[in-house]
Design a protein around this ligand. Structure first.
Ligand SMILES: Nc1ncnc2c1ncn2[C@@H]1O[C@H](COP(=O)(O)OP(=O)(O)OP(=O)(O)O)[C@@H](O)[C@H]1O
Length: 258
């Protein structure tokens, strides 16, 4: 079966500026993995290991130095960003900050449809209502401004923005980090449900190994820009091979057993 996402030899070397001298630059060594429809992959690793950079390369915000990304067997051309943003959508850590305070949620959802689809006004309205309902908000929330939404609703609004263009893959950078525990578990359950209902591929970055273990089918472990371990989550968590994974697990266990 053709994988939903196939990443081969994806690498990143920062462009050197003559003023930067000989300082050590961060390099993301070739990354390879496959993700199948309906699967969830977690990217874990210590601070500064390149997790967010990898997410930004996948979504198309950063330009890779080498390698290929194929979606359903079709190689993505980096210059075609519009199509890329439509098919692979990102949820950012600070969902509140990603909403424009001056525009209602509905206007922000409609903007994406106006820019990327040929839907007429009635169809756009139907789509907005559908996506709001999917994420557990009410159709009337489209008239709300950012300050009128609760923390949990901000997170749902961010997910609605990611889903409005019917993406094949959603990537989330630390989507749970800034949330209080009850909103966090609601968000985890919502994402699991949406993924099951819509069959999308989901990639997320998290330091919370409890959530990673609960949510992900596969896990990719980064250390200093290199993939040091990857595989099925149950295998990686039961028999961590790399020293880095063992350390991450040990640190997480000592944190949660306090
Ligand atoms: N566009 C870029 N050009 C050059 N270097 C970059 C670029 N983007 C990120 N980096 C470097 O990549 C390294 C990894 O950063 P990144 O934010 O991906 O780490 P991370 O694993 O997500 O860390 P954290 O868990 O702390 O969020 C950093 O040293 C950063 O300076």
């Amino acid at each position: 079966m053709t994988p939903l996402l196939s990443v081969s030899n994806l690498s990143f070397h920062p462009k050197r500026h003559w003023l930067s001298g000989g300082s050590e630059d961060f390099v993301l060594a070739p990354v390879n993995f496959e993700l199948h429809q309906g699967e969830t992959m977690a990217i874990i690793g210590e601070n500064g290991s390149g997790k967010s950079l990898l997410a930004r390369l996948l979504v198309g915000v950063e330009t890779p130095s080498g390698g290929q990304i194929a979606l359903n067997g079709e190689t993505l051309v980096h210059s075609n960003r519009r199509l890329r943003y439509q098919r692979i959508r990102m949820i950012f850590q600070h969902s509140k900050g990603s909403l424009n305070p001056a525009l209602t949620l509905g206007v922000q959802l409609e903007e994406a449809l106006l820019l990327n689809t040929q839907l007429d006004e009635q169809e756009r309205q139907r789509k907005i209502q559908q996506v709001l309902t999917q994420v557990g908000l009410l159709p009337d929330h489209q008239h709300f401004y950012r300050h009128m939404l609760s923390e949990g609703q901000h997170q749902r609004a961010a997910i609605a923005r990611a889903l409005i263009l019917d993406p094949e893959i959603v990537i989330a950078d630390e989507p749970f980090a800034a949330l209080d525990p009850s909103v966090r578990s609601q968000t985890v359950n919502l994402l699991l449900k949406l993924q099951k209902d819509l069959g999308i591929g989901f990639i997320f970055i998290s330091h919370n190994l409890g959530i990673v273990r609960h949510m992900s089918d596969r896990v990719l472990v980064l250390s200093q820009g290199k993939v040091v371990e990857s595989g099925k989550s149950e295998v990686v968590f039961s028999w961590p091979k790399s020293e880095c994974t063992q350390k991450l697990m040990y640190a997480y266990q000592s944190l949660t057993q306090k």
